[in-house]
Write a protein that binds this ligand. Structure first.
Ligand code: AMP
Length: 436
């Protein structure tokens, strides 16, 4: 299968070969012909499968087939959940349209809106946007969606997780009813299916990888460790392996900051990326990491969503996510575009229940090992969850007064399991929904 056989124009084929792609990825081979036929598409594809080109290439082809409209109204809108993903998709749009007379731009929050407004006033054919800034600039009459012919919802599941459903509905109300719709999502919850039913007309479903499965080329391993020992284990793994580019996930922004500081104090270059960082700090951290100036990027789930770092060799879960689907997203950062990668999870007794949730979702057992010298204490049972969260609140207070982390894991016997697992899942989901 070649890109040419998918019916793409010479200008696009030139741009594709400039990027160095030789064969379409499975999602591209499936989605491109359907989009060119102006079908609505419901695509199951996670980041790393080449989905961006899967929708960008045919959109560019369709738009460039007709002469540009006077004043260049927005004809294609690509909505993404995060700023980083928006910037990345826009970079792709620019690269693929090198040899076409197509104008595009990107808008997202956290940066000055004035330059964005100026570019929009000159007219663009394709707009890549996050929902908040889009609605904000629309309310200032800086843009109109009245001529949109094509809508892409990229990483739709994450948009819902981030609480963008109402914003998406508002955006849809601003567009003409007759348009082509493409929805990309890594996971398909009831809510996503409902959204898809309300937006798509007779969609054709395409799948890049089976739903909720991890990329085959990712080697996954769980290391059982004691919680207070996690940082030392992480430092040992990075140092022993002499790893130069590692994406590390923590569950909280404060956790990401704390870990980054500890790594730096151990002479390992690191930067944190999360929602409390300014857009400039996020961009700087990401580009430093991509260039190799920063060895370790410590990220929270939402901030990491959509990061495209080609050939990222290692992903480490310093803490496991409480929502199993997030594990799939996290480890999708490695083993990208056909390369292999390692996903390592440092798991303390408090998180064993998350491992079980992940294994259930994946339908397979994860390989579990211990690291010599850092074996998990087999007699330690974590206290019940409520007690734990109260204790970690106290710890945050005391650790800010300088208490050593080694003291933070007192060994109390447990009479655990008072909350039902359904409730736990519910609570963790709503916590996760908080915008990063
Ligand atoms: P995406 O899933 O769109 O984020 O793409 C993941 C990575 O795959 C990006 O680094 C793309 O540049 C790369 N990529 C996309 N399509 C291809 C292809 N056909 N051949 C090789 N690499 C690709």
């Amino acid at each position: 299968m070649s890109f040419k056989s998918l019916g793409l124009s010479d200008a696009l084929l030139r741009a594709i070969s400039k990027k160095g792609y030789t064969t379409p990825s499975p999602i591209q081979a499936k989605a491109i012909p359907l989009v060119l036929e102006r079908k609505d598409v419901l695509a199951s594809a996670q980041t790393g499968t080449g989905k961006t080109a899967g929708f960008t290439l045919p959109i560019l082809q369709l738009l460039s087939q007709e002469p540009p409209l006077r004043r260049r109204p927005i004809r294609a809108l690509i909505l993404t959940p995060t700023r980083e993903l928006a910037a990345q998709v826009y970079a792709n749009v620019q690269e693929y349209s090198t040899f076409l007379d197509i104008r595009s731009t990107v808008i997202f929050g956290g940066v000055n809106a004035k330059p964005q407004i100026r570019t929009l006033r000159n007219g663009v054919d394709i707009l890549v946007a996050t929902p908040g800034r889009l609605l904000d600039l629309h309310s200032q009459n800086a843009l109109s969606l009245a001529k949109v012919e094509m809508l892409v919802l990229d990483e739709a599941d994450r948009m819902l997780d981030m609480g963008f459903l109402r914003d998406i509905k508002r955006v849809i109300d601003l567009m003409p009813k007759r348009r082509q719709n493409l929805l990309f999502s890594a996971t398909f919850s009831k809510d996503i299916k409902k959204l898809a039913n309300s937006i798509l007309h007779n969609p054709v479903s395409v799948e890049a990888t089976p739903e909720n499965t991890t990329a085959e080329k990712v080697n996954q391993i769980v290391y059982k460790v004691n919680k207070p020992e996690k940082t030392n284990v992480l430092i040992k793994l990075i140092s022993d392996g002499n790893w130069s580019q590692v994406l590390v996930f923590t569950r909280t922004k404060h956790g990401a900051n704390r870990l980054t500081k500890k790594l730096i104090s151990n002479h390992i270059s690191a930067a944190a990326i999360h929602g409390n960082k300014t857009q400039n700090a996020r961009t700087k951290a990401l580009s430093g990491f991509k260039k190799g100036d920063i060895r370790i990027l410590v990220a929270t789930d939402i901030a990491a969503r959509g990061l495209d770092i080609p050939l990222l060799p290692f992903v480490i879960n310093y803490e496991l996510p409480n929502v199993p689907e997030d594990y799939v997203h996290r480890i999708g950062r490695t083993g990208r575009a056909g390369a292999s990668g390692d996903a390592i999870s440092l798991v303390s007794a408090e998180e064993y229940e998350y491992v079980r949730g992940i294994e259930k979702l994946l339908g397979e057992k994860l390989i579990t090992e211990e690291i010599e010298g850092f074996e998990a204490d087999p007699n330690y049972t974590p206290p019940p969850k409520q007690e734990r969260s109260q204790r970690s609140r106290n710890q945050t207070k005391s650790s800010s007064k300088g208490t050593s982390s080694r003291n933070q894991n007192s060994r109390k016997p447990s009479n655990s399991g008072s909350t039902s697992s359904n409730n736990k899942r519910k609570n963790s989901r709503s916590r996760n929904r908080k915008r990063d």
